[in-house]
Design a protein. Structure first.
Length: 192
């Protein structure tokens, strides 16, 4: 099983930093993009502290490979080479719609764009995207490093191969994927 070689995370708060940490430990190169230099520095410190804690727990032999594969930025254009970009901005529909449109305008047509939303409809967010088949919800739980469950939220137009890839990525992160349909409170599809 594998994870994407390059992953982008938009938003380096607690959730975004945790998501970055999980993909770094699994071997991806990760870039976290924040709105300004101060926020990017804070995100960098969150991720590096989380990696250091993983080394102390024995989850990672040393932090050298993870820190080399990690970058922060204030430029969304740095997502251009990513195979997967996860939006992890605050739970505001308009903010997320704008963020997702900016991500989609930068990444390749075959890249997967995901949201970490816990309360906004995937289908509602997908209406503003030109490639809704490449869009999926990846709902990580807090704290990401120790939480084992990840909901894969499937919209009406999400491609089956995107769901299969998301399931593989989550499993590679040593977490349990649960596929759910997009609905209030989400409805379980399967856990396999």
């Amino acid at each position: 099983m594998t994870v994407p070689g390059m992953v982008g995370v938009l938003g380096g708060g607690r959730m975004g930093a945790g998501i970055a940490h999980a993909f770094l430990l699994a071997g991806s190169r990760v870039t976290v993009v924040e709105r300004d230099a101060e926020s990017a520095d804070a995100a960098r410190e969150r991720v590096l502290a989380s990696i250091a804690a993983s080394v102390q727990r024995g989850d990672l032999a040393d932090d050298a490979s993870a820190t080399v594969a990690f970058a922060t930025s204030t430029e969304i254009a740095d997502f251009a080479g990513a195979s997967l970009v996860i939006e992890a901005v605050p739970e505001d529909r308009a903010l997320k719609i704008g963020a997702l449109a900016r991500i989609e305008s930068i990444v390749a047509a075959d890249a997967v764009v995901a949201t970490n939303t816990s309360s906004i409809s995937i289908d509602a967010l997908a209406t503003s995207l030109s490639r809704p088949g490449r869009f999926v919800g990846l709902h990580f739980f807090n704290p990401v490093p120790s939480s084992k469950l990840v909901e894969i939220v499937v919209g009406e137009r999400t491609d089956h191969d995107v769901v299969a890839s998301a399931r593989e990525w989550v499993t590679t992160l040593r977490k349990t994927p649960v596929v759910v349909r997009d609905s209030p409170g989400s409805r379980r599809v399967d856990s396999g």
